[in-house]
Design a binder for this molecule. Structure first.
Ligand SMILES: Cc1cc2nc3c(=O)[nH]c(=O)nc-3n(C[C@H](O)[C@H](O)[C@H](O)COP(=O)(O)OP(=O)(O)OC[C@H]3O[C@@H](n4cnc5c(N)ncnc54)[C@H](O)[C@@H]3O)c2cc1C
Length: 467
């Protein structure tokens, strides 16, 4: 067993990436703190589809049983016209059985539930709420973070897990820009093409919506013919339904830049105003979307902007970026949460072997992290962009292409894409490895020499139990 590495990690953002990193830092018995701008833990959103590539991590952390109780395995994705005619579908069981090949099906979970699962595995007090990070300074000895409430935080390493409008990225990039070290593409604003309204209903009557009885979650996507719009319905556990409307705003760059300047996420009122436009959209469940909206508890609906951009610069000195802060994807490929979690696994596996807190050694591990993760980050932005275009572009030609793709994707092609996405199923190298099932063997990993000491609670003479 080893002493914790001699440095403090400060994480900005308690979204999926920040919370996942918090659980890993806790298991590594490392010194850390998380700063979150919201005054309390209340994540919004629709559903997250956790891929086979991240599920071994949950098993390794001992969270797999709870995760599976809170989620449904992904069964299929069905694309429909507005009149509910099926355009095409993708199944996780035929022609390739995903579980047989990669050991696990994707698990469909409410974003709120996933955040709660991670949050409950971080001790109280480690996450500081109401801490909107405004300013970051760093020198050879430390990094200093200032929040809107005037509190100041010091650390050896700063991890930006603060999403698309990352304050950490803005501070890091403006520092590098002033030194003439920022590549030009990093200066252009995020591409913002879609607005999105998301929600999760309270429990519904499964006798009225029999899809809720199914063990597998069948995702339904309705493609509108004349507008750049799709709406989605996703059955969840607990007889709940998650729903989402995505609308291309088509208003050009100026509008996008103004919106980004004004607001990156809207409050409850904006969500309600947006909802009025979509209440009459049909769903495959003999009800309109307005019915699902009415069944959504107040405060469980959110309007969010959907942006995309791959940044070339992920680190500098003691600061490193992760997740949406450096590779923001639109949600059509289901990549955002998965890639944020995979970033954290890669970063953690390097952090535990860092024995010094000098800038050159820290930058050396950040460079390794960047080399490992940036090709995946770049390709997930590109693939999600293409999928978004395929689903949302209008016109006869695009309609034809969409049908062709959805009906006639050859088996070898989907196998190749899935194999690429699922080959790397990484685990934490400082914890005992778990067995990964499936006929496609995962990329090999080597054990770390770091073995964390489990913190003991003197009151119960055993490991500290979490809230
Ligand atoms: C409201 C919302 C709803 C979403 N819904 C869905 C969905 O339904 N389906 C889906 O696939 N993906 C959804 N996503 C996106 C998905 O969660 C992310 O793509 C993915 O989890 C990447 O996670 P991340 O940790 O990098 O960023 P995020 O999950 O966006 O987390 C960033 C965190 O940083 C905090 N933060 C931001 N700025 C600061 C600051 N200056 N100081 C301190 N804290 C800060 C934010 O409050 C947030 O908690 C949603 C994101 C949001 C924000």
């Amino acid at each position: 067993m080893s002493d914790p590495p001699p440095f403090k990690v400060l994480v900005v953002g308690a979204g999926i990436g920040g919370l996942a990193l918090g659980v890993m830092l806790e298991r590594a018995n490392m010194n850390y703190e998380i700063l979150e701008k919201h005054p309390y833990h209340n994540p919004l959103g629709s559903a997250i589809c956790l891929a086979p590539s991240v599920l071994p991590l949950f098993k390794q952390l001992g969270l797999d049983v709870e995760l599976k109780a809170m989620s449904k395995p992904f069964g299929s994705l069905v694309f429909r016209e507005e009149n509910m005619e099926i355009i095409g579908s993708y199944s996780s069981r035929t022609p390739v059985d995903i579980k047989e090949r990669y050991g696990e099906y994707c698990q469909v979970i409410a974003r709120k539930d996933l955040c709660a699962l991670l949050y409950n595995n971080i001790p109280q007090g480690k996450i500081k709420f109401g801490k909107r990070v405004l300013d970051i300074r760093q020198n050879m000895g430390e990094v200093i973070v200032q929040c809107a409430d005037k509190s100041v935080h010091h650390a050896d390493i700063l991890v930006g897990a603060d999403g698309a409008y990352s304050a950490v990225r803005q501070a890091l990039h403006s520092d590098l820009e002033a030194k003439g070290l920022l590549p030009k593409p990093d200066l252009t604003p995020l591409g913002y093409q879609y607005d999105c309204l998301v929600g999760v209903t309270a429990p519904l009557d499964p006798h009225r919506h029999s899809t809720l009885f199914d063990k597998f979650s069948e995702l339904q996507t309705v493609v509108s013919k004349d507008t750049t719009q799709t709406h989605w319905c996703i059955p969840l556990t607990g007889n709940r339904m998650s729903w989402m409307v995505v609308r291309g705003h088509d208003k050009g760059r100026k509008y996008a830049e103004d919106q980004i300047f004004k607001q990156s996420d809207w409050g409850e009122d904006a969500a309600e105003v947006m909802s009025y436009q979509y209440r009459e959209l049909k769903t495959p469940y003999s009800c309109e979307l307005g019915y699902l909206m009415d069944k959504t508890p107040k405060g469980f609906m959110a309007k969010v902007m959907l942006e995309e951009k791959y940044y070339k610069t992920w680190y500098g000195g003691r600061v490193v970026l992760t997740g949406d802060a450096c590779h923001k994807v639109v949600p059509f490929g289901g990549q955002g949460a998965n890639q944020a979690i995979l970033d954290m696994v890669a970063l953690m596996n390097l952090l535990v072997d860092l024995n010094s807190n000098t800038v050159p050694e820290i930058e050396c591990i950040f460079e390794k992290y960047f080399k490992l993760r940036s090709p995946v980050g770049r390709s997930s932005v590109e693939v999600s962009n293409r999928l978004g275009g395929m689903m949302n572009r209008k016109g006869k030609f695009n309609d034809f292409v969409r049908r062709l793709i959805l009906r006639h994707v050859p088996r070898w092609f989907s196998l190749m894409v899935n194999d690429r996405l699922s080959y790397d199923r990484p685990q934490l190298e400082f914890l005992p490895f778990v067995e990964i099932e499936g006929t496609l063997k995962p990329k090999e990993q080597t054990r770390s020499t770091y073995v964390p000491m489990v913190p003991q609670d003197p009151k119960i003479n055993g490991p500290i139990l979490l809230h």
